[in-house]
Structure formats: C-alpha cells, structure tokens
Ligand binder design. Structure first.
Ligand SMILES: *Cc1c(COP(=O)(O)O)cnc(C)c1O
Length: 230
C-alpha cells in the first residue's frame, strides 16, 4: 500500500472511533480530502483506493487537477477564499462551495450556475473565533444570509462551515465547535433546511465529530505536508 492509502485507512479509523466514542451513528461523517498544495499523483493514489471527494482552495490549481482527472467521476468542494472574478468558473466546475460569506458572492454563484446542472451545494462560512483576521461572517449575520440564499436559483443551502483558531486543547476545540452546532440547531428549528456541518480538519476533527460534524475536511493527515507552493 502507498503511504496515502495507509493514511486514508487511518483517517477512516479515526472517524469511526470518534463516532463510536461520542455516540454518533456510524456513517454520518463524510470525509473530504483537502488536496491543495498536493501533486496530482497523491490524489490518484486516493482515487485508486476508492476515494472520490476532494477539497481545493485555489481555482487555477483545482482546474489543472480536474483536467488531468477528467475521466474519473469526482466530487469537487471549493473551500478557499472566493474572489468575485472567479465565481463563474467555480459555479460551473464544483459541486460544493463551503466558503460563502457575502450575498454578493452568493448571487454571482447563483447567476452562473448552469441550469443543466443540479444546484450547487452551499455552506456559509462562520467566524467562530471572532478574530478579524479570519474569514467567515459573524454568527449574528448568518440568518439574514441564509434567508437570502434559500431564495436563489441554482443554489442549495446545505449548512455551515468554520475553521477553528489553532489550538491543540480538546476542550477548547469542542467549545468552539459547539457554538457552530448551536447556531445550526437554531437554523433547523427555524425550518431552514440545513443538513451539513462542515467542521473539523486534521488537528481537530475528533472534537468536531464530538460536536456533531457531518463533514470533515482533512488534508495533512491524508497526504502529509503540502509540497506545492500555496
Ligand atoms: C487547508 C484546509 C483544510 C485542511 O487542513 P489540514 O490541517 O491540512 O487537514 C481544511 N479546510 C480548509 C478550509 C482549509 O483551507
């Protein structure tokens, strides 16, 4: 087995162990392999092992990989900062966008999504740490953006995404994820049809699963250190 295949096995095992430990139903947590900064050979090793969902942060890098991997039916997740001049290509080439923070970006994605394709799956990125350097909108702004998003053709609001401020403290990780989960619960109570909590990366996905994550975005634990320039 290649290292990448070994890592895939180990990450699946960590997910299953966390599901059991925190009394989650098995199979509720989807794994997206974050392949930014990784050469295409590493993606091919995961594909050979049966993996299909990949997350990318940079449009041009993603497009190069999509072209090489065009023969395989893959699911592409855009998870990076969205520049407005990239929205048309993102709306055409990805199945998911996790990093929507403004209604302007949402409207541009909606307008550009080809009607022949199923709706583009959208998560609103929330800044849970309150740090102004981090991307994402404040929790107080989420409802108004969500109500606008559900009206837009070509988009399907799926849920929320957050990137935690870096900490290795498990209790602190859980506390941050818990606040996102609470917001998600409020949306469901308000009958906003969301089903996805995109939270958890290599260093914190067990804490995210403990707090109800349904989708983890894992890079380095699968691929090792990123080798391409970011
Ligand atoms: C890079 C990145 C990840 C993966 O991070 P790792 O620590 O390598 O697992 C997940 N989500 C987002 C939004 C990222 O930019």
């Amino acid at each position: 087995m290649s290292t990448v295949e070994d890592n895939l096995y180990l990450v699946h095992k960590r997910i299953i162990d966390a599901e059991l430990r925190f009394r989650r139903h098995s199979g509720q947590v989807k794994l997206v392999a974050v392949s930014k900064g990784q050469p295409v050979e590493r993606l091919q090793a995961l594909i050979a092992a049966g993996h299909r969902a990949f997350g990318e942060n940079y449009l041009q890098e993603a497009q190069e990989k999509m072209q090489i991997l065009a023969d395989v039916d893959l699911e592409w997740h855009f998870i990076g900062k969205i520049q407005s001049n990239k929205t048309a290509a993102i709306a055409r080439q990805f199945q998911w966008v996790h990093s929507v923070c403004t209604s302007q970006i949402a409207r541009r994605l909606s307008a550009a999504r080809p009607t022949v394709l199923p709706p583009l799956n959208i998560c609103i990125e929330v800044n849970t740490s309150g740090e102004s350097s981090k991307s994402g909108i404040r929790a107080e702004e989420v409802f108004s953006l969500a109500y606008e998003l559900v009206q837009l053709p070509g988009l399907r609001l799926r849920g929320l995404m957050a990137i935690l401020a870096h900490t290795t403290d498990f209790a602190a990780q859980r506390a941050s994820f818990h606040s996102l989960r609470a917001l998600f619960d409020k949306m469901q109570q308000a009958n906003i049809p969301v089903d996805t909590l995109s939270m958890g990366m290599s260093g914190d996905f067990e804490a995210a699963i403990a707090e109800g994550s349904t989708l983890v975005r894992v890079g380095t634990a699968l691929f090792g250190k990123r080798s391409l320039a970011e």
